[in-house]
Design a protein around this ligand. Structure first.
Ligand code: MIG
Length: 838
């Protein structure tokens, strides 16, 4: 009771007396309703399958009839097998919001039986079912990668799957977990929430993505639990050597993946649940937000603030105060009298405008969107069919039932005015969904009804997909009204497959050094669950940020996929210039570096679009055999060429960096460094330690104040002498022609040659024509002045050597560039012209 009063008081102070009052009334109503519709508690004895009775092959695998129930294994691909269990023995065509690909090319498989078991074999992943217990194990190229312990079990209100958890397996996945990279030792509820002022280790978080990844010494294993209903995943918390998945209802269905590293597993998982389409290039620039820029004048001031200080920025955000009484799709006309003019002016100066959308639709006879929604029956309802009402920012609200295709179409239809005005993207907030309440029970009652594509479900099954489906509806709106643009769609909540619809951020963090540190692992975790386009609120959302923390965060954030500054109501200003000098200059440098690296980053997005590979990666993915890298959470790689080792401690101006094996270069000094050792690197406030892998080719663009400000006249390539291959990607950066092949891949291979020489091969594939002709190549790591530099066998027209860098300019693409060392006895050595040093 005391807690409730405290919570009520806090709400009243922070959110206003009306929301506090509505929440109190909701609490009373919900308690009553829940009493009348009690949630089903699991009951009865856990059943197991018992012995296998019969084995029947089907086109794509096997069906096993067991003593109690049946198993159906389906070969999805040579590294992925789907397993289903039905106590009734009847298997219907499965439905899953998460799964994007249901028809797979046929994959050869065989099966064998003996007295002990049944074995289903593909070329790589095999599965063995024990005849006596029906327990399943998987092996990858004959190495055991998963073994059921308690196996499959069920009772009323519960289905379970348990597998052994080897002691030396790295436990990863389960989306944006906040404890660090590893998820061992906890039970994770499968339930999206909005954890107010979350701290390290808070569970559950905004996402529910039941993809578990295990990394053994010599294998990688993945298990995607394809069930949206409420449940939990226990990673060795209850029993240290067991991993258990549990759902309250629905079919027991999962996909097992095997491989030698996480890359092929994420590749297959994102083929199954869908890949992130290419975002518009501007979305990789810097975004500036706050809750809220309250008036049009303030937004203009912010826009001008960037331009007059020459701090690059691509997007400005309108948080909830731009709306009329928090009604989604409306404008507060007092503070934003002419939104079309505002947005047009912002567009003219190179800014994209992103507007927030909340799912709660105010109950209001004068709010057309609510009235149409009621008429068209698009809201979540009570079992009686009456629309559910609960408090949200707008007050008592209806909640669109995004599991209803009609509701998604109705939602998408509301986007027309936003498109007309010129808003460039939207931001889906509160879509866990959060229903304001006194206390912590901030959700709809379990028993409310959802359409679920006509199959009907309660909130127990629909909750975890709600946020993703809101993002899906928003994407439909963006695609419909901006037909030739790439949607920019941001979501706070997610479920498996949400990467098809939206990017995301890590929610309401706080301006502390530990949250800075969490930005790394949480962003990595999202990418390991398919949601690669993610980043933190830079500077922290809650509380005031101090200058030093702010610039360190900006430096780190510039190396994460989604790069946005944001902060909460009633916190101090948090723009790049809010802290005065020298912080403003340092902030500018950090953002400028981001803009220079855009072609590299963009290539990583393209690789993610093609193969689901994460954009930022834990260090151990660089070299899974190097034990020193396994526990590292304070450094990461951006793609595989750049190693980022940010400063994460107040006052620190140096830190230790564990370098993976191989050769590396210091980004700032260009000095080569031997890998496989731990070094100390100095990092005064204006420096983010970055290392480049030898053999890498990093493309750079000139700094622009926003993407597309000027035509690109020249591509700059920084080449780091060594052995390596790099794949880069180019397309128009906007529009949909890339989906029909208008792009190109650039393949660079760097090969050291005898006597200190170097060969750079450049292969191009694809039809996209970039705007630039000229290519400026800077080669680092050449110690002695070369004898000659050739392009496609001819002396390069323009090159020079200074401070260990060879610089060559080519007036167009080339296939082979060579740096010939002095010792090399060239036949035409005297005829080669060398320009004077610049
Ligand atoms: O209850 O729209 O996470 O980014 O600024 C808070 C106001 C609602 C939560 C989001 C945050 C946003 C804020 N929203």
């Amino acid at each position: 009771m005391f807690k409730a009063i405290k919570s009520l008081y806090r709400m009243s102070r922070e959110m206003g007396p009306n929301i506090a009052r509505d929440s109190l009334s909701y609490r009373i109503r919900k308690t009553r309703f829940d009493l009348a519709h009690p949630p089903a508690k699991p009951s009865g004895k856990l059943q197991t399958l018992g012995a296998v009775r019969s084995v029947e092959p089907h086109e794509r695998g096997l069906t096993l009839k067991c003593e109690r129930g049946a198993l159906r294994m389906t070969v999805i691909a040579a590294d992925c097998i789907q397993v289903r269990m039905q106590p009734s023995g009847k298997f219907e065509v499965p439905f899953s919001y998460a799964v994007a690909k249901v028809t797979w090319p046929e994959t050869p498989f065989t099966y064998t039986e003996n007295a002990r078991g049944i074995r289903l074999q593909t070329n790589d992943l095999n599965c063995t079912i024990d005849r006596e217990t029906s327990r399943i194990s998987f092996d990858w190229q004959n190495r055991l990668i998963s073994q059921e312990s308690a196996g499959i079990a069920w009772r009323k209100g519960e289905i379970r799957l348990s597998r052994t958890l080897p002691a030396d397996e790295l436990c990863l996945g389960l989306a944006e977990q906040s404890a660090g990279l590893q998820v061992r030792g906890q039970r994770y509820p499968l339930w999206n929430t909005s954890p107010t002022r979350y701290a390290r280790g808070t569970i559950p978080m905004y996402f529910t993505i039941p993809l578990y990844l295990g990394m053994g010494k010599e294998y990688a294993f993945g298990l995607y639990w394809d069930n949206p209903s409420r449940g939990w995943i226990d990673v060795g918390a209850e029993t240290p050597d067991q991993l258990t998945f549990c759902a309250e209802t629905g079919e027991l269905r999962y996909y097992a993946f095997g491989g030698t590293s996480l890359f092929p597993i994420l590749n297959r998982y994102t083929e199954l649940t869908g890949r992130m389409p290419m975002p518009p290039l501007w979305a990789l620039g810097f975004h500036q937000s706050r809750w809220s820029y309250p008036t049009a004048d303030r937004i203009r001031e912010i826009a001008e603030g960037f331009r007059k200080r020459n701090i690059p920025c691509d997007a400005l955000y309108l948080d909830i105060d731009h709306m009329d009484g928090y009604r989604s799709f409306t404008w507060n006309r007092e503070n934003f009298p002419t939104p079309a003019v505002l947005v047009a002016d912002l567009t003219k100066s190179g800014f994209k405008t992103v507007a927030i959308l909340d799912p709660g639709i105010k109950v209001d006879p004068d709010y057309k969107i609510d009235q149409i929604g009621l008429r068209e029956n698009v809201f979540v309802t009570y079992p009686s069919g009456k629309p559910f009402v609960g408090p949200a920012w707008a007050g008592s609200s209806h909640f669109p039932d995004f599991t209803n295709p009609k509701a998604r179409a109705w939602w998408a239809a509301q986007f027309e005015p936003l498109a007309k005005i010129g808003v460039a993207g939207v931001w889906n907030d509160m879509n866990e969904p959060v229903i304001f309440n006194v206390g912590t029970d901030r959700q709809m009652p379990d028993a409310v009804r959802h359409d679920f594509e006509g199959q009907h479900a309660t909130h127990v099954e629909a909750h975890t997909v709600y946020g993703m489906l809101m993002a899906r509806a928003s994407r439909e709106g963006l695609e419909r009204w901006w037909p030739d643009k790439r949607p920019f769609n941001l979501t706070r909540a997610a479920h498996a497959g949400a990467q098809r619809y939206a990017s995301s951020w890590t929610g309401d963090n706080i301006s502390t050094w530990d949250h800075l540190r969490l930005s790394i692992t949480m962003t990595i975790n999202c990418g390991l669950s398919g949601m690669a386009f993610t980043g933190p609120d830079i500077g922290g959302f809650g509380d005031d940020c101090e200058a030093e923390l702010y610039v360190r965060w900006l430096q780190l954030g510039a190396m994460l996929p989604y790069f946005r500054g944001h902060s909460a109501k009633n916190t101090a200003d948090q723009e790049p210039w809010s802290y005065g000098q020298p912080y403003e200059d340092i902030a500018r440098q950090a953002i400028e570096l981001r803009y220079q690296l855009l072609p590299y980053l963009y290539s990583l997005f393209a690789q993610c679009w093609q193969s689901g590979s994460p954009i930022v990666r834990p260090m151990f993915m660089t070299d899974p055999t190097d034990d020193r890298l396994r526990g590292i959470e304070d450094a990461f790689t951006l793609g595989d060429s750049l190693l980022i080792a940010p400063i994460l401690e107040k006052g620190a101006t140096e830190r230790q960096v564990v370098l993976p094996r191989g050769r590396w270069y210091d980004w700032w000094t260009q000095q080569p460094i031997a890998g496989g050792q731990t070094i100390t690197v100095s990092a005064p406030l204006d420096k983010l330690p970055i290392f480049v892998r030898a053999g890498a080719v990093i493309p750079l663009w000139p700094v622009m104040q926003y993407v597309g400000q000027k035509p690109l006249e020249e591509l700059r390539l920084k080449v780091y002498a060594g052995d390596g291959e790099v794949t880069l990607y180019e397309d128009a950066g906007e529009g949909l022609s890339y989906q029909t092949g208008d792009y190109r891949w650039l393949y660079f291979t760097c090969t050291p040659e005898s006597g200190g020489g170097l060969m750079l091969n450049w292969r191009r594939a694809g039809k996209y024509k970039p705007p630039y002709e000229r290519v400026r190549v800077e080669i680092h790591g050449i110690t002695i002045e070369p004898q000659a530099v050739t392009l496609d066998g001819k002396a390069a027209p323009l090159w020079y050597f200074e401070k260990g860098i060879v610089e060559v300019t080519a007036n167009g693409p080339f296939d082979v560039a060579r740096i010939l060392p002095k010792e090399d006895d060239l036949a035409h050595r005297d005829t080669l012209m060398r320009p004077p040093k610049l």
